[in-house]
Design a protein around this ligand. Structure first.
Ligand code: ADP
Ligand code: MG
Length: 575
């Protein structure tokens, strides 16, 4: 979609406050004319009418009222405009987030996190000035000068003519300069996005960079990118300042022209003082909205630059939601079947090829295989993050593709390899935002995950803030917190990616006990990285290059000369 159309559409959602802001702005403009009228009356009366202060007093009072009204209206108009912009920003952010959720965690989200973050934060922020300043100003620039012309023409047609002829030159000049600036601005946004993406990369990989002594080089790269950004910012600003200069100059010359013409006619006695003075007071006000438009034109360019990226993101096709969403009948016994499943991430790179696995309700299945075999893909498939290109996934005999994804995920608990601990209390991290989660239920989940002990040792127990900027947790503690999440969710299906990080023996023992407890009476699929957990599985599925090469129990597989035996040999060597 064209960005300008999109910007327009977004504004429709805050049409009411925007219109109110414009209407108030126009009232302010009209009051300005009234103010000039009273002011010229006061000066005229006092200087040429040779009347005392008492005579012009009512007009002075009226002026005071007009001042107060204008201040009030300006305040209200500004408020309305910013409320409109805030509403639009909120709406756009919601739209963006919803779309990101629809895209799912596998698409782009992981690779371009920094860029996405800058679009959702700074990008959306850049819309504010456009909606709060530029759009209302646009309406004012069209209407207020017209009202002033309507006053000036009957008083003095020559001044009216000067205003009328010079006014269109300002927007013309703006368009002329703006065309060039638009491309510059878009380039600037791309630079900013690249800079934030790179910066995030560096932050996340700081340890690696330090260890490999590459941080210095990265600093140079960030410096280079920052410098590029500085240059493009300066180029944009140069144009913005240049256009302001041109507009100011044009407006000043035009006002001077009006003033000179009035001066001569006052001298020749062709024009009354009051009319001449009134026109002189109004002339700067005539150009003011046009000049302000020029100032805010920069906001428009920025909004277009940012909008381009927002539209791009919104138009990234998301997988279509299931047509007729079926609901899984309530049960705690869930069987899973993969039938001839084929998964492809990119053309030519097959992640799973003809995989068939049947898992009975309550069965504990371990997936093993070398790196890149497709273990994670099986889990992603069950979570609905990837869709099979061929074959199907059946849940209790129903096709996963036809189930309501939200409702299906209610049935699944997921314990990842590196669990994400969110900024918040331990309590919130276990119940993950489920409002009204009872303290007892959370405590119970923590106890089952063998996490209670370390949680109670934290400074504030369950109310300790953890995650980014909070109390740090060790890898084992984070794992057990994730396990507590799964206990709390109490879902009939558990997907587990075992931590491969080397935990100390004590932590490992606890974790394994916890996992064993969680797997009880639940259908469990574990991506196994260690031998001592594999042996507990009811069945082991060995994957290699996207295919199932062996299945069986630990004993059965050991008796066969196959991949599993080789892998176990390697485990033993490494262990
Ligand atoms: P495992 O978990 O067994 O190590 P994966 O399921 O992660 O294996 O990967 C299987 C194959 O799919 C690999 O060849 C991998 O390169 C590829 N793959 C995995 N994730 C993606 C992705 N997001 N985009 C493209 N290819 C991927
Ligand atoms: Mg993996």
């Amino acid at each position: 979609m064209n960005v300008k159309i999109w910007l327009n559409r977004a504004s429709a959602r805050a049409a009411l406050p925007l219109r109110a802001a414009v209407a108030l702005g126009i009232c302010g403009g009209l009051l300005l004319i009234v103010q000039a009228w009273f002011l010229s009356g006061v000066i005229n009366g006092a200087v040429f009418g040779h009347r005392g202060v008492a005579a012009v007093m009512p007009m002075l009072w009226a002026l005071l009222v007009v001042f107060a009204l204008r201040a009030g209206i300006a305040w209200a108009s500004e408020r309305m405009a910013f409320r409109a912009a805030a509403g639009i920003k909120l709406d756009v952010r919601r739209q963006l987030l919803e779309h990101l959720f629809a895209l799912g965690p596998l698409r782009m989200v992981t690779e371009r996190a920094g860029e996405l973050a800058s679009t959702v934060t700074d990008g959306v922020e850049a819309l504010e000035a456009y909606y709060a300043r530029f759009l209302p100003q646009m309406a004012l620039a069209a209407l207020v000068p017209l009202a002033i012309l309507a006053v000036v023409f009957p008083l003095d047609w020559i001044s009216g003519l000067v205003l009328l002829v010079t006014a269109p030159m300002i927007p013309l000049m703006m368009v002329f300069i703006g065309r060039n600036a638009e491309t510059l601005n878009q380039r600037q946004w791309r630079r900013l996005a690249r800079l934030s993406a790179h910066f995030l990369d560096v932050l996340q990989g700081l340890t690696t960079l330090k260890l490999f002594n590459a941080s210095r080089r990265e600093v140079a790269v960030v410096a280079q990118l920052s410098d590029d950004y500085r240059k493009s910012t300066m180029a944009v600003l140069r144009i913005a300042f240049l256009s302001s200069l041109a507009l100011e100059f044009l407006a000043t010359v035009s006002i001077a022209l009006v003033a000179v013409l009035i001066g001569f006619r006052l001298l020749w006695g062709e024009l009354g003082f009051r009319a001449g003075f009134l026109i002189l007071l109004l002339a700067p006000e005539f150009y003011l909205p046009l000049r302000a438009l020029g100032t805010h034109y920069h906001a428009r360019m920025e909004a277009i630059g940012a909008g381009e990226r927002i539209v791009q993101l919104l138009e990234t096709p998301a997988p279509p939601p299931p047509v007729a969403a079926m609901v899984l009948p309530a049960t705690r016994r869930i069987g899973i079947g993969l039938h001839n499943v084929r998964c492809v991430y990119e053309p030519g790179r097959v992640a799973l090829d003809g995989v068939s696995i049947n898992i009975a309700p309550g069965e504990r299945v371990a997936l093993v295989g070398p790196s890149g075999a497709g273990k994670t893909t099986v889990v992603n498939l069950l979570l609905g993050f990837v869709r099979p290109e061929a074959g199907e996934v059946l849940i209790n005999g129903l096709a996963l593709s036809e189930l309501d994804p939200q409702q299906w995920l209610e049935h699944v608990a997921w314990v990842p390899q590196n669990p994400r601990i969110f900024h918040g209390t331990v309590h919130d991290n276990i119940c993950l935002g489920r409002t009204g989660a009872g303290r007892d239920a959370v405590r119970m989940a923590a106890r089952l995950a063998l996490a209670e002990e370390f949680i109670e040792a934290l400074p504030l127990g369950y109310d300790t803030i953890v995650g980014e900027g909070g109390q740090g947790l060790s890898g084992g503690q984070a794992q057990r917190l994730a396990l507590a999440r799964a206990f709390f969710k109490d879902a009939p299906v558990v997907l587990l990616d075992e931590p491969s990080a080397n935990l100390d023996l004590e932590n490992e023992r606890r974790l394994i006990t916890g996992i064993g407890l969680l797997a009880k009476d639940r259908t469990t699929i574990t991506i196994a990285h260690r031998l001592n957990t594999v042996t507990r599985a009811d069945r082991i599925v060995v994957l290699d290059r996207g295919q199932v090469v062996e299945t069986g129990t630990h004993r059965e597989l050991l008796d066969r000369p196959g991949l599993y035996r080789r892998l176990v040999g390697r485990y033993a060597e490494a262990g």
